[in-house]
Write a protein of this length. Structure first.
Lengths: 299, 917
C-alpha cells in the first residue's frame, strides 16, 4: 500500500479509525448502560426543558412565562411554569496520547490505551445522556453536546494516533466550574502532572486523575536477565537480575503512585487507580460518582 | 563391529585441553538478555542505581556448548574406524598364494591382496618372495622377485584346477633359507584358499619359524563344490558340499549340453548349518546323452563343475519279453541284463514289434529260438540300420538249433548243447580265454572265477573262428558276433541266467554288455577304446571353472591315466573326440574338503572392514547441537516463545517430510493405449471419408470434404478440422460422425471387420453418405460398375429400409431450406433411411445417392472448383448451383451432428406463409 501518498494515507487511517469506532463505541455503551441507572436531575428549577413546577406569578416575572392554561384553572391566580434547571457544566476529558499506553503484558488483556479510550468514551456517553457538555482538554474546539457527543469525542481522541510529546497533561485553563478527567498511566514526571493540575485547580476546576496500569507494571513479574525497552524514547535498560530488583521496583512504583495521590489530594481532586485486568464498569462507576460528588459539592 | 579407532590428525585433540577455558569463558559471558517492552520506564530508571549482577548461563546449556566444542574438536581430528595400520616391517616379504580352484571363487580378493602387498613392499623396498601352492608341472625356483613382478602376478597368476599341494612347497621351503635375510624378520603372508590339506600344521609351523606369519582365508564368500553323487540308478545325482556351515543358502545347479545349451536347472537349498545337499537332475535320455557339464550357478570354480563323461552315456535297450515272463525274477535272463546295465542304460520292455518301433539301439533276445518270418525281417532290417542284437542261448535256442540254425545268429549252431563238469561229463567247467584284440572285448581281463558249465556249440570252421569274440580256454566260442550292415549281432552261447555259467553274475558281464551296446550306431556316440589308446586333450577346465583350449604342455592320456586324480600332467577337462569326450574332473567323490584350521593361528579375512571416517556424523551432531543451542538462546532471551504444540508440529513436519515426497513409482494405467489418430479425432470435430484406394477418387473426396469443412466454418457453428481418411478395417469409427464413402467402380466388398465397423458406426449415430457418382450414367434399368459394386456391398451390409428423400425430410430443413440435395448431377433419387425404422430417434444413418457431392464441393485452396457443376435446380433459382451443393452438404453435416433437432423446421414454410398473412 502506498502509505507515503498523504491522501491515501489519511484516508486509510480514517477508515481504520472508523472501523475501530463501532466496536469501541459498543463496548463503551455497554458499560455506560450498566452505570446510567440512577442518574438524577438537579432537583431545582432553572433553565431546562423538563417541567419542574408551577409557581405563583410574582413581581418581576416576565409575562411570557405565565402558564395561561394552568392559570385558567384557578380563579384569581396566575401561575408561572418552571422547568428543572439543567444548565449543564462542561466536563473536560484528557486521555494520554503517548505511546506508553500502547502496552499489554498479556495477549488476553487490552492495552492501556484501549481501556482508556473505552472509559473516556463511556464517560462521554454517560455525561451526554445527562446533558452535559463534554470537551477535550487542550483541544481548541467547542465542547460537544447531545446525542452525537460520543462519536465526536471518539473522533477527537484520534484513537489510532500516538503523540509521544504529550505524555504529561497539557497546561491549559478551562472555564470555571469545569470538571476534569485525566486518564493516563502517569508514567511521567509527577511535577508535570502537578503543574497541570495546579493550573486547572487554580481555575476552579475539579477533577479526577485516573491512572490506568497494566498488571505487569504493578507486579513486575520478571526474572533473570532482561533488557527493558521504553516505548516512547526507545531507551534500553538491562537488568542482570530482575528478580532481585522486583521489591525495589514495587516500592518505587508505590512511591510514584503516592506522589500522584498527593497531587490529587492537594488540589482537592480524586485519584483513581485502575488495572487493565479489572472490570471497566467498576472504574466507570467510581469515575462517574466522583464527578457527581463534585457537582453536589459545587452546588 | 568396532575396529581400531585412529585419528588422521591427532594433534588437534590437544585442543580438548582448552575445554576448561571455554567453560570459564562461557560462564563469564552472560546469555543475551530477554527483550521486554516496558512503559513504566521512569520507575526503572530510579532502580538503575542498584548493582547489576549478570545472570548465569544455565549449567545444562553450558554443558551442551562444551559438548559441542568437544565434538567439533574430535571431528577435526579426523577419527577413522578400521584405518589401515601402517606396516612397520622392513624385513623380506614372503607372499604365498593358494592358486587352487577353491580360491577361484573369490580370486579378486587375492589379486587385491597381491597388489597391496606389492605396493607395501615397493614402498619400503623389501625383498619379496612369491610362492604358489598349486601343483605345477615344473616347480619354479624360490628366489626374490621385484615388486613389479608381484604386481603383475596379480593379473598373470590364475587359479589352477588343482588342490593345493602344500607338502611340496614345504619340502622346497628350505630354499628360502639360502637368502640370509629371511631369518625370523621375514613377514610371511599366506593367502590361503581356506581348504584344509595334508600337513597344514607342519606347513604353518615351518612358515612361522621363518618369520611373522599371517594367514588369510575367505570368510564371506560361500565356497561350494559339486561332487558326483552316490549314483542312484537312472538319475543324474550330485552332492553339493559347502566348506562351512553358515546361514541358509539357495542356489541352482545348471546342466549344459555340449553346444552350451542349458538343459536343466535344479534348485538346491542349504538349511542353516547344513554342509551337504543332494541334487538330482531329471533329464530325458536323449538330452542326457548330450550333457557336457553340470555346474553350480554363479560359482566360478573348477570345484563347482562336473564334466560328463561320454562313457556315462546311456543306451536305450529293448528287452523282448513274452507276456508270461512279466514280473521276472532271478530265473529270468532279462533280470540279469537289466542288473548289469542299469547304471549305463535305460530299458524298454515289450513285444518285439513295439520295441522295433521305438528308438532303441540294442535289443536283447533271451533264449529265443524261432522268430516269425516278418519279425525276423524287421529285426534284420533294424540291425542293418545300426542296431545291435544281443542274443542269449538257452534250452529253447538249443532245441531250435536241433533242426536248423535259427535266423539272425552270427554263426552256424550245432543242435543241443554241451555240458561240462556234470556227474556224467568228462570235461571240467571251462574258464574264459583271453579276448582277441579284434573283438569288441579287447582289453578286458578275463577273470579266473568265471566258470562255464554249459554252452551251445557253433559249427566249427573258419567263419566261426573269425566271428568268435570271446572263447573258452578250450577254444569253443562263448560269444560270437558279426557285423551286419551298420549294426551287429552278438550271441552269448550261454544263458543270461547263472544256470549255465557264472558269467551273468560277474563284473565282466557288465563290461561285455556295455561294449556291445556301444557297437550300435543308433545309440549315443560313445568313447571306448583299448587300454593303450591315447586321448588328446580337447578342452581343459580352468581353475575358475571355464573350459579352455589346451596348451601344448598337456599330452594325450590313456583311459587309465584319465581315471586317476588330476595333476599338472593330467589336467581336468575333456579328452578325446569332441562328440564323445572322456572327462577328467577336478573334484571326485573322494576329494577332501574341509575348512583350513591351523592350531594356534588366527586366520584373517580378506575383506577387511573398510575405513570409516567418523568426522561427518560428528559434525552432523555438532551442527544439530548448534541449532538447538540457537533455538534455546532465542527462547531464553524471550525472542522465541516456546509453545510445545507448535514445536511438536514443526518436529513432525521435519520428520515426516521425507516420507511425503512423491513416490516415483506410480500406478500404471490399466486402459489400453488409445490410437493417437483416434485420440486427435475425438478432440476435434472432423469429417471423414473412406479411402477407396483409387488416388483420384480419394483426392477428390479429401478436397471436397476440405472445402465443405471450410464452408462449414464460414457459415455455421461447426468448425471441423481437416478431413480424415478412413481405413474401414483398422480405424476406430466411433470418433467420427460424418463418413463420406465414394464407391469406386469394381470396388471390392469390404472385409467382415470393416462391415461390422460400418454397421456399428451407423447404429451408434453416425451418418454414412454413400456416393456412387454415377447419377447421370445410371439411366433406366442400366447399372453402372459403381452401382454393381454398391449392390455387392449392400448385400453384405445390414442396411435399414430405405426411402427416397422428399422435400419434407429433415435433410432439407436442418440448416438451409432446400428442395433437393444438390450434387454435380441431379437426375436420380437420393435414398435415406425410412423414417419409421425407429433407431437413432428416426434420424437417418445413411444417405445413398449418385450425385458426386464431393466433386461438387471440391475446390482448391484458392477456391477454384475442381469439377464443373451440372445443371441444378435450387429452391431459389438465382443461386449458383455450387452454392446449392454446399447447402446440401451443410444440411447433411447438420443432420449428422444435430439429428432431428431441426425437424420442426419442416413446418417453417407454412408458418412463414401464415405470418405473411
Amino acid at each position: 500500500m502506498p502509505a507515503d501518498s498523504p491522501a491515501i494515507s489519511v484516508r486509510h487511517d480514517a477508515e481504520h479509525a472508523a472501523s475501530l469506532f463501532p466496536a469501541l463505541l459498543l463496548e463503551a455503551e455497554k458499560i455506560a448502560q450498566s452505570v446510567s441507572a440512577g442518574l438524577h436531575g438537579r432537583r431545582r428549577a432553572g433553565p431546562g426543558e423538563t417541567f419542574w413546577q408551577h409557581r405563583p406569578y410574582g413581581f418581576g416575572d416576565p409575562v411570557s412565562t405565565i402558564d395561561w392554561r394552568q392559570s385558567a384553572r384557578a380563579a384569581d391566580r396566575l401561575y408561572v411554569r418552571q422547568n428543572e434547571w439543567e444548565a449543564a457544566a462542561a466536563a473536560y476529558l484528557w486521555r494520554d496520547p503517548s505511546r506508553s499506553l500502547d502496552y499489554a503484558s498479556d495477549r488476553n488483556l487490552p492495552t492501556k490505551r484501549r481501556r482508556a479510550d473505552v472509559l473516556v468514551t463511556a464517560l462521554t456517553i454517560l455525561l451526554s445522556q445527562a446533558g452535559e457538555r463534554i470537551g477535550l482538554l487542550g483541544e481548541e474546539r467547542r465542547p460537544f453536546q447531545g446525542r452525537s457527543a460520543p462519536e465526536r469525542m471518539l473522533e477527537a481522541l484520534h484513537i489510532d494516533q500516538f503523540l509521544d510529546t504529550a505524555s504529561a497533561p497539557p497546561l491549559t485553563t478551562v472555564p470555571t466550574g469545569a470538571r476534569i478527567v485525566m486518564a493516563s498511566d502517569f508514567f511521567t514526571d509527577p511535577h508535570g502532572v502537578e503543574k497541570a493540575v495546579a493550573a486547572l485547580a487554580g481555575a476552579g476546576a475539579k477533577g479526577v486523575l485516573l491512572q490506568i496500569c497494566d498488571p505487569a507494571e504493578e507486579n513486575f513479574p520478571f526474572d533473570g536477565r532482561v533488557e527493558f525497552r521504553d516505548l516512547e524514547s526507545s531507551d534500553r535498560l538491562i537488568f542482570g537480575q530482575t528478580g532481585a530488583v522486583a521489591d525495589a521496583y514495587k516500592s518505587a512504583f508505590a512511591a510514584h503512585r503516592e506522589s500522584l495521590t498527593a497531587i490529587a489530594r492537594k488540589a482537592g481532586w480524586t485519584f483513581i487507580a485502575h488495572r487493565t485486568d479489572k472490570a471497566s464498569q467498576t472504574v466507570l462507576l467510581s469515575l462517574f460518582t466522583a464527578l457527581a460528588d463534585m457537582r453536589k459539592w459545587m452546588n | 563391529m568396532f575396529g581400531a579407532l585412529s585419528f588422521t590428525s591427532p594433534f588437534i585433540l590437544a585442543a580438548l585441553a582448552a575445554l576448561p577455558l571455554i567453560w570459564l569463558l562461557l560462564r563469564a559471558t552472560p546469555p543475551s538478555p530477554k527483550q521486554e517492552k516496558f512503559p513504566a520506564f521512569i520507575i526503572l530508571r530510579q532502580l538503575k542505581t542498584a548493582e547489576e549482577t549478570p545472570d548465569r548461563t544455565p549449567w545444562w546449556l553450558l554443558l551442551m556448548r562444551l559438548l559441542l566444542a568437544a565434538l567439533v574438536i574430535l571431528a577435526l581430528a579426523g577419527p577413522v574406524l578400521n584405518a589401515p595400520a601402517p606396516n612397520p616391517q622392513t624385513g623380506p616379504m614372503v607372499v604365498i598364494v593358494d592358486d587352487t580352484w577353491a580360491a577361484a571363487q573369490n580370486w579378486s580378493a587375492r589379486q587385491d591382496a597381491l597388489r597391496e602387498a606389492a605396493a607395501e613392499a615397493e614402498q619400503s623396498d623389501r625383498q619379496i618372495f612369491f610362492l604358489t601352492t598349486a601343483p605345477k608341472a615344473i616347480s619354479a625356483q624360490i628366489e626374490p622377485v621385484t615388486a613389479e613382478t608381484l604386481r603383475d602376478a596379480a593379473d598373470t597368476v590364475l587359479p589352477e584346477p588343482f588342490t593345493a599341494d602344500r607338502q611340496d612347497l614345504l619340502a622346497r621351503l628350505s630354499e628360502l633359507d639360502r637368502y640370509q635375510e629371511t631369518g625370523a624378520g621375514a613377514e610371511i603372508r599366506w593367502y590361503s584358499d581356506g581348504v584344509a590339506g595334508a600337513g597344514d600344521a607342519a606347513f604353518a609351523e615351518a612358515l612361522s619359524r621363518r618369520g611373522d606369519l599371517s594367514v588369510f582365508a575367505d570368510r564371506t564368500a560361500p565356497k561350494l563344490i559339486l561332487r558326483p553323487g552316490q549314483n542312484a540308478a537312472g538319475d543324474l545325482a550330485f552332492q553339493i558340499e559347502r566348506l562351512n556351515g553358515g546361514s541358509e543358502y539357495n542356489g541352482a545347479v545348471i546342466a549344459n549340453a555340449r553346444d552350451g545349451r542349458e538343459l536343466a536347472r535344479a534348485e538346491f537349498n542349504f538349511a542353516s548349518d547344513e554342509r551337504f545337499v543332494d541334487v538330482k537332475i531329471d533329464l530325458p535320455l536323449a538330452l542326457r546323452n548330450e550333457l557336457a557339464t553340470v555346474r553350480i550357478a554363479n560359482s566360478a570354480s573348477a570345484g563347482a563343475v562336473q564334466l560328463a563323461d561320454a562313457r556315462d552315456r546311456r543306451a536305450l535297450i529293448g528287452l523282448v519279453t513274452e507276456a508270461e515272463q512279466q514280473g521276472s525274477n532271478l530265473l529270468s535272463g532279462n533280470h540279469y541284463v537289466r542288473q548289469a546295465l542299469d547304471q549305463h542304460a535305460a530299458f524298454l520292455q515289450g513285444d518285439l514289434r513295439s520295441i522295433l518301433e521305438s528308438d532303441v539301439s540294442v535289443i536283447v533276445l533271451d533264449d529265443v529260438g524261432r522268430l516269425r518270418g516278418s519279425d525276423a525281417d524287421a529285426l534284420a532290417a533294424w540291425v542293418d540300420r545300426g542296431g545291435v542284437l544281443i542274443r542269449f542261448a538257452g534250452p529253447v535256442l538249443a532245441e531250435a538249433a536241433q533242426d536248423r540254425t535259427p535266423q539272425l545268429t552270427p554263426v552256424e549252431l550245432r543242435g543241443g548243447g554241451r555240458a561240462f563238469g556234470g556227474a556224467l561229463t568228462w570235461d571240467t567247467p571251462q574258464k574264459l580265454d583271453a579276448f582277441s584284440p579284434e573283438s569288441p572285448f579287447a582289453g578286458l581281463t578275463p577273470p579266473d572265477d568265471v566258470l562255464i558249465r554249459r554252452q551251445v556249440l557253433a559249427e566249427p570252421g573258419g567263419e566261426t573262428t573269425l566271428r568268435t569274440w570271446a572263447r573258452l580256454q578250450d577254444g569253443t566260442p562263448l560269444v560270437t558276433g558279426a557285423r551286419q550292415g551298420s549294426g551287429a549281432i552278438a550271441l552269448f552261447h550261454v544263458t543270461a541266467t547263472p544256470d549255465w555259467s557264472d558269467l551273468p553274475i560277474s563284473g565282466l558281464f557288465v563290461e561285455m554288455l556295455r561294449r556291445l551296446t556301444f557297437l550300435s550306431s543308433l545309440g549315443p556316440e560313445t568313447a571306448e577304446a583299448g587300454a593303450d589308446a591315447r586321448f588328446a586333450p580337447y578342452r581343459l577346465l580352468s581353475g575358475d571353472g571355464r573350459l579352455v583350449r589346451p596348451n601344448d604342455s598337456i599330452r594325450a592320456l590313456t583311459t587309465e591315466q584319465l581315471s586317476g586324480p588330476p595333476s599338472p600332467e593330467r589336467a581336468p577337462g575333456f579328452y578325446g573326440p569332441p562328440e564323445t569326450p572322456l572327462a577328467l574332473n577336478a573334484i571326485s567323490a573322494a576329494t577332501p574338503f574341509a575348512p583350513l584350521s591351523i592350531p594356534g593361528m588366527s586366520i584373517k579375512p580378506y575383506e577387511a572392514e573398510p575405513p570409516t571416517s567418523l568426522a561427518p556424523p560428528l559434525i552432523m551432531v555438532a551442527l544439530m547441537l548448534l541449532l538447538i543451542d540457537g533455538a534455546l538462546a532465542l527462547i531464553l532471551s524471550g525472542r522465541l516463545s516456546f509453545r510445545p504444540r507448535q514445536a511438536t508440529a514443526a518436529l513432525a513436519v521435519l520428520v515426516c517430510a521425507p516420507a511425503l515426497t512423491p513416490d516415483a513409482a506410480t500406478a500404471q494405467p490399466l486402459d489400453p493405449e488409445i490410437d493417437p489418430v483416434a485420440a486427435e479425432a475425438a478432440l476435434t470435430t472432423r469429417l471423414a471419408y473412406v479411402e477407396t484406394g483409387d488416388p483420384a477418387i480419394d483426392n477428390l473426396a479429401a478436397q471436397g470434404l476440405a472445402t465443405l469443412s471450410r464452408e462449414l466454418v464460414r457459415r455455421t457453428a461447426i468448425e471441423p478440422a481437416p478431413p480424415a481418411a478412413i481405413d474401414l478395417d483398422t480405424d476406430d469409427l466411433s470418433v467420427y460422425s460424418f463418413l463420406y464413402w465414394p464407391i469406386a467402380p469394381g470396388a471390392e466388398t469390404p472385409s467382415d471387420t470393416a462391415l461390422a465397423n460400418i454397421e456399428n458406426f451407423m447404429r451408434f449415430g453416425g451418418l454414412l453418405v454413400i456416393d456412387t457418382r454415377d447419377d447421370e450414367r445410371s439411366v433406366g434399368a442400366g447399372t453402372t460398375p459403381e452401382g454393381e459394386a454398391l449392390q455387392r456391398i449392400l448385400a453384405q451390409l445390414n442396411i435399414p429400409p430405405l426411402t427416397p428423400v422428399d422435400e419434407t425430410h429433415v435433410l432439407m430443413r436442418s440448416f438451409y431450406l432446400l428442395n433437393s440435395l444438390t450434387g454435380r448431377m441431379n437426375n436420380n433419387q437420393v435414398w435415406v433411411e425410412a423414417g419409421s425404422s425407429g433407431s437413432n430417434d428416426g434420424v437417418t444413418s445413411v444417405i445413398i445417392g449418385g450425385r458426386d457431392w464431393a466433386g461438387a464441393w471440391a475446390a482448391d485452396s484458392f477456391g477454384r472448383p475442381a469439377r464443373p457443376m451440372g445443371p441444378a435446380r435450387c429452391l431459389d433459382k438465382f443461386v449458383d448451383p455450387r452454392q446449392c451443393a454446399y447447402r446440401a452438404g451443410i444440411n447433411m453435416v447438420m443432420v449428422a451432428y444435430t439429428g432431428n433437432y431441426k425437424s420442426d423446421q419442416v413446418h417453417t414454410p407454412i408458418l412463414l406463409e401464415r405470418l405473411g398473412q
